[in-house]
Design a protein around this ligand. Structure first.
Ligand SMILES: [Zn+2]
Length: 113
């Protein structure tokens, strides 16, 4: 008998049809401007209907700010890169978004380098 190794493990999403913002909103995502997605706040955007605000952090100056999910991929730091000011950043109320309340998943995975 033969054991099959999972040699095809990297194959998921191979279709190439993934939505652009499906990855940018995952905590730990970093765009080409070194703006990193920290967490989803769950609050609706004030400027774009239907968008959710995400907490971002700048990889250069560590500024934290809120950004619309659709803006993450091209976001620039409002402090050191001349980006727009960004959405007001509000912390999610404890218990309101139970699925994330334990903090699990916020800091999982790559811790930079
Ligand atoms: Zn910055």
């Amino acid at each position: 008998m033969e054991l099959r190794a999972y040699s095809g493990k990297a194959k998921r999403g191979g279709g190439g049809g993934a939505k652009a913002d499906a990855r940018t909103t995952v905590p730990g995502f970093e765009n080409p401007n070194r703006q990193r997605t920290v967490a989803r706040t769950g609050f609706p955007s004030a400027s774009f209907a239907g968008q959710i605000i995400y907490k971002m952090v700048c990889g250069h100056c560590r500024a934290e700010y809120g950004a619309n999910g659709c803006d993450i991929h091209a976001r620039r730091c409002p402090k050191c890169q001349g980006g727009v000011a960004g959405e007001a950043l509000r912390e999610a109320a404890p218990g309101l978004f139970g699925s994330c309340a334990d903090g699990e998943g916020l800091r999982v995975g790559a811790e930079g380098e």
